[in-house]
Design a protein around this ligand. Structure first.
Ligand code: GUN
Ligand code: ZN
Length: 677
């Protein structure tokens, strides 16, 4: 049973916890490779001086030398390394490839049994490594061998956790096939193998395709390990692809070659006049100090720098996931090498898959980093929602207002919005043309509209994206006239390209509004429209029926125009979270959503056995989820019911629907309000 749980996420990345017999570790995590005999820095030092929680060593090397094998068999691998934390072992696959050993050199079952015998926390199967330069038929053969060995190894893993490596070279379909087959077997971790030569040649885009290809078929409750990725240049991006484990032998290899690893790339000691970072080594030595040391001592100092740099980058990555800022970190790191930019661009075709994994309900700012900003899950999701769910489709007047996303939004547009609201709601659709696409007025406060920060000058890809968003939106509406607030913004090119006739253009908002019918806001109609649109955005069109209930009453902030609470006959139904612009239902609100027959996407059914726990307001645990939709994203506000659909509570999903089904650990839904509490 996998012993992994997710704590927080960003894109495909997650901060998680893995429980081993030698302690619990936090992921994403980097394991330094330690050689059983000649490790210059001991595993305990790695933990105490650098903060590494887990190490990886090689069972084939241990088994090949009496001086390692005998103590390992007697005192375990923990005794051999003098380390009481978790230890992963590799199988010798890489040695077979690197030293071109004969294929009978290692027996897959013997090496598996040996890893069990020495008490490894996570063992690795003997997979067949494919060099990127061999042809497809050789890779097919390697995949076949790897899968055969996986199939005979998994049933014998005993109490050891076991890693089943995905091979397939640079062929995405072979990676997918491998992953699909391994997913059906009993593994705890899935390494992506065969990438070391790709890393060395900066073929990051190939790694992206291989990793995503595999990732989309691997069960989300098993950590993914990018085998042999130890360079901090790629940690952010690999984590964004969903990798949880990394290992590094490069800290030592680079040091021996006089090279220092940094998140910005690699530098050679000979080229430096200044030390490049703020680690203890760089802060207390000059390049000349290091060059004057005997080689062995110099290597040790460079190793120490490399470990500090790698550990610091891994901390930065985890922090970025917590802050929902990983995309920005990836984009920054990508500027250090054209191959990383290439890799970032190769993510574009996978934006739908990334969006499905990303959490709803974020509050973080979305900073423009370059043309890749538009594939960000928040922006893609918002645009799709506008097209599919915006409830008002028919009007007399379509009022378009360019907004170049300098914030705050309401400051620049407050007058327009106020003026429009003095007009009859029944004959206006008010929409802003913004760098993240079209934003109907009703959704002005929904994340990421207010949180997107774009520069004044937009790149061509962004302009094309805005144009498409606008054309799609306009194409989905029926209207009689178009009124344009014609003010100079960076969006001029888009506005000029509009293929529809503009009936009224005006340089001032008030002139523009004079073309609309005046009205006393008929019974809070504008507010109902806002509520309707937000309900539809969150739970689908069915939910928007709630906005039509008779005795509904919403309080609005005078300062910001945001809805605060929605009540029906005095009973609280919804509260709007100011930072996300999204509604959270009360238990009563949950009942109204149920009455409205919202899509089953937003309903999580739990086992009848735990009915009372949830009714009392306790979290719904993944282990007890009976049914959850494939379409449910983490972070959504959901209804939690028993097996027959009786509402127990409402709350925020911590996991996606597919994750709720496979995870045995952790919380599925944090209950906000329940039947009894
Ligand atoms: N170490 C680096 N790459 C690999 C790989 O593909 N498989 C295994 N088992 N170990 C590795
Ligand atoms: Zn340093």
């Amino acid at each position: 049973m996998p012993r992994f749980e997710i704590r927080t996420r960003d894109g495909l990345a997650r901060v998680g916890r893995l429980t081993t017999d030698h302690g619990t570790v936090q992921t994403p995590l980097l394991m330094p490779v330690v050689h059983p005999g000649k490790s210059a820095i001991t595993p305990t030092e790695l933990r105490e001086q650098f903060g590494f929680q887990m190490v990886i060593t090689n069972s084939y090397i241990i088994r090949s030398h009496d001086r390692f094998r005998e103590p390992a068999l007697q005192e375990g691998v923990h005794g051999l390394l003098g380390f009481d934390g978790p230890i992963m072992t590799d199988s010798g696959t890489f040695q077979m490839y690197f030293h071109e050993l004969s294929k009978d050199e290692i027996d897959p079952i013997e090496i598996l049994e040996f890893q069990k015998a020495i008490g490894s926390d996570i063992g690795t199967i003997l997979d067949a490594f494919s060099d990127p330069d061999v042809g497809r038929s050789q890779v097919e053969q390697d995949v076949r061998v790897s899968l055969e060995r996986a199939a005979i190894s998994a049933p014998r893993k005993g109490n050891m956790m076991l890693a089943g490596t995905v091979q397939g070279g640079v062929f995405q379909d072979l990676r997918e096939h491998s992953a699909m087959s391994l997913a059906t077997m009993d593994f705890d971790v899935h390494p992506i193998g065969g990438v070391v030569p790709l890393m060395e040649r900066y073929r990051y885009a190939d790694i992206v395709r291989c990793t995503i290809g595999a990732k989309r078929h691997l069960p989300p409750n098993r950590p993914v390990h990018l085998f042999g990725c130890g360079h901090p240049m790629f940690f952010a991006q690999a984590t964004f692809l969903g990798c949880d484990f990394f290992d590094s032998a490069s800290y030592a290899k680079f040091a021996e070659a006089g090279r220092l690893m940094l998140p910005s790339g690699t530098v050679h000691l000979n080229q430096l006049t200044e030390m490049p970072c703020s680690c203890p080594v760089c802060s207390t030595h000059t390049p000349d100090d290091l060059l004057s040391l005997p080689k062995e001592k110099r290597d040790l100092e460079l190793m120490r720098h490399n470990l500090h740099a790698a550990a610091a980058e891994m901390r930065a990555v985890r922090q970025a996931i917590h802050d929902n800022k990983l995309f920005e970190l990836v984009a920054q790191r990508a500027r250090n090498h054209p191959s990383l930019i290439e890799a970032l661009q190769s993510l574009v075709p996978f934006h739908q898959m990334i969006e499905r994994s990303d959490a709803v309900g974020k509050t973080s700012s979305v900073f423009y980093t370059g043309p890749e900003t538009l594939v960000r899950p928040e922006i893609q999701r918002f645009n799709r929602s506008v097209l599919e769910r915006y409830p008002t489709r028919k009007t007399r007047n379509l009022v378009l207002i360019p907004d170049d996303a300098r914030r705050p939004f309401s400051d620049t547009l407050g007058t327009v919005i106020k003026a429009v609201r003095g007009r009859s709601s029944s004959d206006v659709i008010l929409a802003f043309i913004t760098p993240l696409g079209v934003v109907p007025w009703e959704l002005e406060h929904v994340h990421p509209v207010q949180q997107c920060i774009f520069p004044e000058t937009l790149d061509q890809a962004t302009l094309t994206f805005i144009e498409e968003s606008l054309q799609n939106f306009i194409g989905s509406l029926e209207f009689k006239r178009v009124l344009l607030f014609d003010r100079p913004t960076s969006l001029d090119a888009v506005v000029q390209s509009l293929s529809l006739g503009i009936d009224v253009r005006s340089q001032t908002a008030t002139d523009l509004i004079d073309h609309l019918h005046e009205s006393a806001d008929e019974g809070g109609r504008w507010i109902r429209r806002k509520l309707e649109a937000v309900l539809a955005h969150q739970w689908g069109k069915e939910a928007s029926r709630i906005a039509a209930l008779d005795d509904l009453d919403a309080d609005i902030s005078r300062a910001t125009g945001k809805i605060r609470h929605v009540r029906q006959g005095g009973a609280l139904l919804f509260t709007m979270v100011p930072t996300t612009g999204l509604l959270t239902p009360s238990f009563e609100g949950g009942l109204r959503l149920q009455d409205a027959e919202i899509s089953p996407t937003y309903v999580v059914k739990v086992d009848d056995d735990v009915r009372e726990f949830v009714e009392d307001g306790k979290s719904a645990l993944a282990k007890f989820v009976y049914e959850a939709s494939d379409e449910l994203r983490a972070g959504e506000e959901v209804l939690v019911t028993d097996q027959s659909g009786h509402l127990l509570g409402v709350g925020r999903a911590v996991l996606s629907g597919p994750e709720m089904i496979v995870f045995d650990r952790g919380v599925a839904v944090n209950i906000r309000h329940s039947r009894k509490a």
